[in-house]
Design a protein. Structure first.
Length: 318
């Protein structure tokens, strides 16, 4: 008999994060007998040694090491198709959950037959309302589509996985999201939004490979991805989805941070002008002004802001 839920963790070259995540998660899943599947995308670091350390504590950790880096999309697909459970929770190697979160999730999964479950996220979905079931795919796209780009918020029913069109969304950067919206566009489905559960992110520095290419990923690729979704989705729903992500990501503070690091400039503004118009909910002249600001003063402001946040966090903990 298949277990109700499996935890699926894709990882690449972030052993320091995986170690922290497993330290947090393994004692919880052991209590409930939940299997853990880890797919290592040919990491050159000590990922294997980290996993073996926790396998010695919990035998239901299943570790796969890819011979070569197959890319994030195929790594997601591998985990979803090689794990055994009624539901598969795809969790990034920098996210974690608490015991009470898992209890709520297991209770919800046992109470009904959902096709997909969308989990809330701390600092991201507090304003999105309470738990609800979505039956209309357009409503889901315009209200939660932007949030469903977060890998760790998605739980897939095993019965749906076998019909997901993974190949269509290879290299889209949003495969984990696209396969869901492709599936529910042509079927009557139940998608549970479980905002009473908030997945958490480790409060430690991470190697974010997407940051230098923020405008390529979250302006150009995001716009093209949403607009490529099936024609059953209305233009209105697609536009709402695109702008909702922009309101979350492309804030004035984010643009100034990207500028201070050299990831936003007037040249980048010109290059992605069309997509910035579609995705950045800030007046164009403000974006232009930020793109030409001197980087040095912004960098100093960013350093001060980070120190203030760290001090505030330590003060709260004390």
């Amino acid at each position: 008999m298949k277990p109700l839920l499996a935890i699926c963790i894709p990882t690449f070259n972030r052993d320091y994060l995986l170690d922290k995540i497993l330290e947090q998660v393994v004692p919880i899943v052991m209590e409930f007998g939940i299997p853990v599947y880890i797919s290592d995308n040919a990491s050159p670091d000590n990922t294997g040694a980290v996993v073996r350390k926790y396998q010695a504590l919990y035998s239901n950790i299943n570790y796969f090491r890819q011979e070569t880096n197959i890319g994030p999309d195929k790594n997601f697909e591998f985990l979803l198709t090689h794990s055994e459970a009624k539901y598969k929770w795809l969790i990034h190697d920098s996210s974690y959950f608490l015991r009470k979160d898992l209890e709520v999730i297991l209770s919800a999964l046992a109470s009904d037959n959902y096709d997909f479950v969308v989990i809330g996220s701390k600092g991201r979905t507090e304003r999105l309302g309470s738990d609800r079931v979505y039956l209309d795919s357009n409503d889901l796209l315009q209200e939660l589509g932007w949030h469903m780009t977060l890998v760790s918020c998605l739980i897939y029913a095993d019965r749906a996985i076998q019909d997901l069109n993974f190949e269509r969304y290879y290299h889209s950067r949003f495969l984990q999201t696209g396969v869901i919206f492709e599936y529910i566009a042509f079927k009557r489905c139940q998608v549970l939004f479980l905002n009473s559960v908030k997945v958490k992110d480790l409060p430690i520095p991470k190697r974010d490979n997407w940051l230098p290419i923020s405008f390529e990923v979250f302006a150009k690729d995001w716009y093209l991805f949403v607009m490529s979704l099936p024609l059953s989705y209305s233009f209105y729903a697609k536009r709402k989805c695109i702008l909702a992500h922009g309101k979350y990501f492309f804030t004035i503070v984010t643009l100034m941070s990207l500028r201070s690091r050299g990831y936003f400039s007037y040249r980048i503004f010109v290059k992605y002008y069309f997509f910035i118009r579609q995705t950045v909910p800030i007046p164009l002249m403000v974006s232009v002004a930020i793109s030409i600001l001197p980087r040095r003063p912004l960098s100093l402001l960013g350093i001060c802001a980070r120190h203030i946040r760290q001090y505030s966090r330590l003060h709260r903990e004390c």
